[in-house]
Design a protein around this ligand. Structure first.
Ligand code: URP
Ligand code: ZN
Ligand code: ZN
Length: 463
């Protein structure tokens, strides 16, 4: 049978298996996996000798072209998806925001227009809910049938995104009826706001006060409350960007009780700490995001959580703002620093480097965390997130021994700094295929804006 492309001599690594085989691709799909496939008939052959062949990464938490904190995140769907591809991510799930007074559909339509003709890789949307009436419950059902099957609610950012418990509970109850998955930003925004106002009154204005006014207990309390509300509603819940041991304890306890509770963490919580934000001058603004950086000892707990399946996913919460002009909006007041940091490009390298080379988990668990579990939880599996006959040929040829130094001088994100400046990582994506098309090949980007497709997702699956 003629193929478009064949990947030969690689070591296939999925969430469950590691084996040597060749992969044949036609029409953007994997059509055969076998030892020593006949070479003739393939238009293109890629030699993956000495390298891992893994499913394309799936980042289920990005904010591209997102108005926030008086400005807009600096990567749009063109630059953000291109940077993702450089890092071995072939699918993004971004957030469409329902602003006050808007329908959920308006949010979806707005973000579809932002992505159209720009995305280089495939993409889908969660919807951020800021109001939830009976009419919105009907809309939730309609959106689920159109492939928007997860919704993010906030317990933080009073006056902007924060929802009260009754509204969260109503949305969770509707999700239980429709099969939608509710994602929670779990921080007690009301209490944090009081602590912030006290700090400002005491003249505490430097970036580090962003972290010092958002205690771990505020995250743990909200995480526990989110889980309790979901339990009452009979709905599963997914805790986004979990940052600390105390919140992780709430997730672990719930999972031990058998509740359908899931959580992600992000590289910034695995590699950065209060030491990064507590520096002289304004430099700490580079590390202002929410939840904030924590005391360093939390990192080991998070790695352990990823290894033990207390945490199921590594996403990035990519929400870049340039240091010049954007972060600088908060030069004299930490509350005016736009919250968010860049990370979409380096998720695979950081997770492999710290997780596999750091001795925390196997290459299979790495694949599970960055591709398979996100695909399953967010209704993309088995089209995405694995290497199987019939799946999209979204593949990464990954060199597990290659090293690279992360820097704003060399990255492809549209932002003027790196949160991981100077960090050496081991494990580098070399060649990236999206639906069978080579979009990155040994340092050359071959994708093009607009080739990415919107993905209608199924409702969440189990792991
Ligand atoms: O600081 C952050 N995390 N910015 C992005 C918005 C959010 O809360 O995820
Ligand atoms: Zn959030
Ligand atoms: Zn976010």
């Amino acid at each position: 049978m003629p193929y478009d492309t064949q990947i030969r001599n690689g070591k296939i690594v999925t969430a469950t298996d590691t084996y040597s085989a060749d992969i044949a691709i036609a029409g953007g799909k994997i059509i055969a996996i076998a030892r020593d496939l006949p070479a003739e008939g393939a238009r293109r052959t890629i030699d993956a000798a000495g390298r891992m062949v893994m499913p394309g990464g799936i980042d289920v938490h990005t904010h591209l072209d997102m108005p926030f904190g008086g400005t807009t995140s600096s990567d749009d769907f063109e630059t953000g998806t291109r940077a993702a591809a450089w890092g071995g991510t072939t699918t993004l799930v971004d957030f469409a925001i329902q602003y006050h007074g808007q329908t959920l559909r308006q949010a979806f339509d707005t973000w579809m227009k932002k992505a159209e003709n720009k995305a280089t890789i495939d993409y889908a949307f969660h919807c951020i809910v800021t109001e939830f009436s009976d009419a919105h419950a009907k809309e939730m059902k309609a959106l689920v049938s159109e492939g928007v099957t997860s919704f993010k609610l906030f317990m933080a950012y009073p006056g902007v995104f924060l929802l009260d418990d009754a509204t969260i509970f109503r949305a969770m109850s509707a999700a239980a009826d429709t099969g939608a998955l509710i994602c929670l930003h779990a921080e007690n925004g009301g209490a944090i706001d009081v602590i912030v106002q006290r700090a400002l009154a005491e003249g505490k204005r430097a970036p580090k006060y962003h972290a010092l006014t958002r205690p771990t207990v505020a995250e743990a309390e909200a995480t526990g409350r989110a889980i309790a509300l979901a339990e009452m509603a009979g709905a599963p819940v997914y805790i986004v960007h979990l940052s600390c041991s105390q919140a992780l304890d709430r997730v672990r306890e719930a999972r031990e009780r058998g509740l359908p509770v899931f959580a992600e963490t992000c590289p910034q919580y695995l590699f950065l700490s209060l030491e990064n934000i507590d520096v002289p001058g304004f430099e700490g603004a580079k590390y202002v995001f929410s939840p904030p950086v924590r005391e360093k000892w939390n990192q080991e707990k998070l790695w352990h959580g990823l290894a033990q399946d207390d945490l199921q996913v590594v996403s990035t919460d990519h929400c870049p703002f340039c240091f010049k002009e954007q972060k600088e909006m908060g030069k004299n007041d930490f509350t005016k620093i736009p919250n968010g940091g860049p990370g979409v490009e380096h998720r695979l390298s950081l997770t492999y480097s710290g997780g596999v080379h750091g001795g925390h988990f196997s290459p299979n668990r790495f694949v599970q965390l960055v591709a398979t579990a996100p695909a399953k939880l967010f209704g993309l599996y088995p089209r995405k997130g694995t290497i199987a006959v019939g799946s999209d040929a979204d593949l990464v040829i990954f060199d597990p021994e290659a090293e690279s130094v992360l820097s704003a001088k060399t990255h492809h994100m549209n932002v003027d700094y790196s949160m991981f400046e100077g960090m050496r990582v081991k494990g580098v994506p070399r060649t990236v295929l999206s639906r069978g098309e080579v979009i990155l090949d040994d340092g050359e980007f071959l994708g093009r804006p607009g080739r990415g497709s919107f993905l209608r997702r199924q409702t969440h699956g189990t792991l």
